[in-house]
Design a protein around this ligand. Structure first.
Ligand code: ARG
Length: 290
């Protein structure tokens, strides 16, 4: 087997306990207003996810929950980390806009430089923006504007690979794309525009293409920690390929959160991502705050 470099990020995550989690509004096709959520079960599932991440070798930091912000648990949407810099999200829907100040304060208090994106754009953080190698893959249409990705690419210097999401059930990129290592990713090109498909094809040498059924189970909404993958779902065919590539798979049951259109990846935000190319740090290396 060829040795393929593991992702240089993905060992530190931010998560928010589901104390105030509920399905109080419907802003994506998976949500039905007032769907009952079992609070105890959600808490159990969330704790179990932390254990699986710890077993995989990741560290988890905890964001305090806040009443009235049920989707704060989906920390992937808090914003985008670039070394010691944090771009807070600009949410598309008013229902989530209250999260921004809470998230920005957490990062500012811990020494991150908080940098706002232009007020006339929307950007839902790492949910729509994932690095593959040095490239930033940016999903747009339902929640994040292509122009917001362009601003981030310009400010970080990261090359941008834009993917338009064509099916509203896949309203965030992380439901359709998961970088596995330097050569591989889980991909769901059937919900991407033609240009996005071609761009990712050129970027990812060995894609694992999900069938519509596999993608519907939130298979791409997974967290990768070195050679460990913590998944929302792992259909048998996908599991066999991941194992053949040397990955160890764990599945976390996050069924209560799926009622809100979110899985494992949505519940986590990687804190150790650097988007700016190394050359930007030639003279002054930037270390993410610990
Ligand atoms: N209910 C949340 C919303 O509609 C789900 C967020 C899912 N997050 C993600 N990174 N895909 O915004």
């Amino acid at each position: 087997m060829v040795d393929v470099e593991v992702n240089p990020w993905g060992r530190r995550y931010l998560m928010c306990p589901p104390v105030h989690f509920e399905v109080a509004y419907a802003i994506n096709p998976w949500m039905a207003r007032d769907t009952p959520v079992d609070a105890d079960l959600a808490a159990t599932q969330w704790e179990a996810l932390i254990s699986l991440l710890a077993d995989a070798g990741a560290e988890v930091e905890v964001l305090p929950p806040e009443e009235g912000l049920p989707d704060l648990v989906f920390t992937a949407n808090a914003g985008l980390v670039d070394g010691d810099r944090f771009f807070p999200a600009r949410f598309r829907y008013p229902e989530r806009q209250g999260e921004t100040a809470h998230n920005a304060a957490w990062f500012a208090d811990r020494g991150w430089r908080v940098e706002d994106l232009p007020p006339d754009t929307t950007h839902e953080g790492a949910g729509d923006a994932l690095p593959f190698g040095d490239t930033l893959v940016g999903g747009h249409r339902w929640r994040t504007d292509a122009t917001a990705h362009e601003v981030v690419a310009q400010r970080t210097g990261a090359p941008l690979c834009l993917v338009e999401l064509t099916d509203e059930r896949y309203f965030h990129l992380d439901l359709t794309f998961c970088p596995l290592d330097a050569r591989r990713a889980l991909v769901a090109p059937h919900v991407w525009d033609e240009a996005g498909r071609r761009a990712v094809e050129a970027l990812v040498p060995e894609p694992l293409v999900l069938t519509p059924e596999e993608a519907d189970a939130f298979t791409a909404n997974s967290v990768v920690v070195g050679r460990n993958v913590v998944m929302t779902a792992c259909p048998p065919r996908v599991g066999r390929q991941l194992e053949a590539w040397g990955f160890e798979v764990a599945v976390a049951d996050v069924g209560e959160f799926e009622k809100s259109g979110g899985g494992v990846r949505c519940l986590t935000l990687a804190l150790d991502v650097t988007l700016s190319p190394a050359r930007a740090y030639d003279t002054a290396p930037t270390v993410p705050p610990a």
